[in-house]
Design a protein around this ligand. Structure first.
Ligand SMILES: O=C(O)C(O)[C@@H](O)[C@H](O)[C@H](O)COP(=O)(O)O
Length: 228
């Protein structure tokens, strides 16, 4: 795994946002459009603020989510809300956003619309930014969920699945492992020693059901972007 370490999160946010903008520009130059798939959680918020100011023809960028919590887009737990507040502002306000939460009451019933909307996102994805939880989950591929077998099954027939984590509130919608891997550049964005220790544990073992991030690390060229 390639690893890029920055002195602190501020430098990481500045430098990593430039890298991402460069890769999106490459996608635009080659295909007229580029896609950026982002994760939720707290880690990427400062990065998004930097990225939102990148010089880029954002009208040619499609932004979407690796996963979403099945709550209204006005709820504080919503990844869409976070992305709208931190990324889709400034220059990046012109990006096209494809959200995952739709009108379906249950996440399981919302899968079909997510699959249909995937048509709007250029594929393979140009840039995928993953996070990781302390239990080794990534996107919403949770080790404790009943759906983890489906999520990690490379032959799972749909690119999205509804997931109920046993250890976190709210049903989720997640890209499947196979759909996540359909990306040109995959970054694992982590900050802090605790996440580093979780990653070290993941790298030291094999069981993907125990730590789903292993499934990504095993099958793809992933670049770790880390700061203390
Ligand atoms: O919506 C989510 O919860 C995610 O996409 C998830 O996979 C996240 O990246 C990790 O849980 C890390 O979250 P933190 O950055 O908050 O630690």
């Amino acid at each position: 795994m390639k690893q890029t370490t920055y002195t602190d999160a501020k430098v990481l946010n500045q430098q990593f946002s430039k890298r991402i903008a460069g890769l999106l520009q490459e996608g635009i130059d080659n295909h007229g459009q580029a896609s950026l798939i982002v994760s939720g959680g707290r880690t990427p918020q400062g990065l998004f603020a930097c990225l939102s100011e990148a010089e880029l023809d954002w009208s040619k960028v499609v932004v979407s989510l690796a996963d979403e919590r099945w709550v209204p887009a006005t709820d504080d737990a919503s990844n869409e809300k976070m992305v709208r507040e931190h990324l889709l502002k400034g220059k990046a306000a012109r990006a096209q956003f494809v959200g995952l939460k739709n009108a379906a009451t249950e996440a399981q019933q919302g899968v079909a619309d997510c699959v249909a909307n995937l048509r709007e996102i250029p594929q393979p994805f140009d840039v995928l930014i993953l996070g990781m939880g302390e239990d080794g989950h990534t996107a919403s591929l949770f080790p404790c969920s009943k759906q983890i077998g489906q999520g990690l099954d490379m032959d799972y027939p749909r690119p999205y699945l509804a997931v109920q984590p046993a250890t976190a509130p709210n049903w989720r919608m997640s890209l499947s492992l196979a759909a996540l891997l359909n990306s040109k550049h995959i970054f694992l964005h982590l900050t802090g020693d605790a996440k580093r220790a979780v990653l070290d544990k993941a790298l030291a073992g094999e069981d993907e059901f125990e730590m789903p991030i292993r499934a990504v690390l095993k099958r793809a060229e992933v670049e770790l972007v880390w700061a203390p």
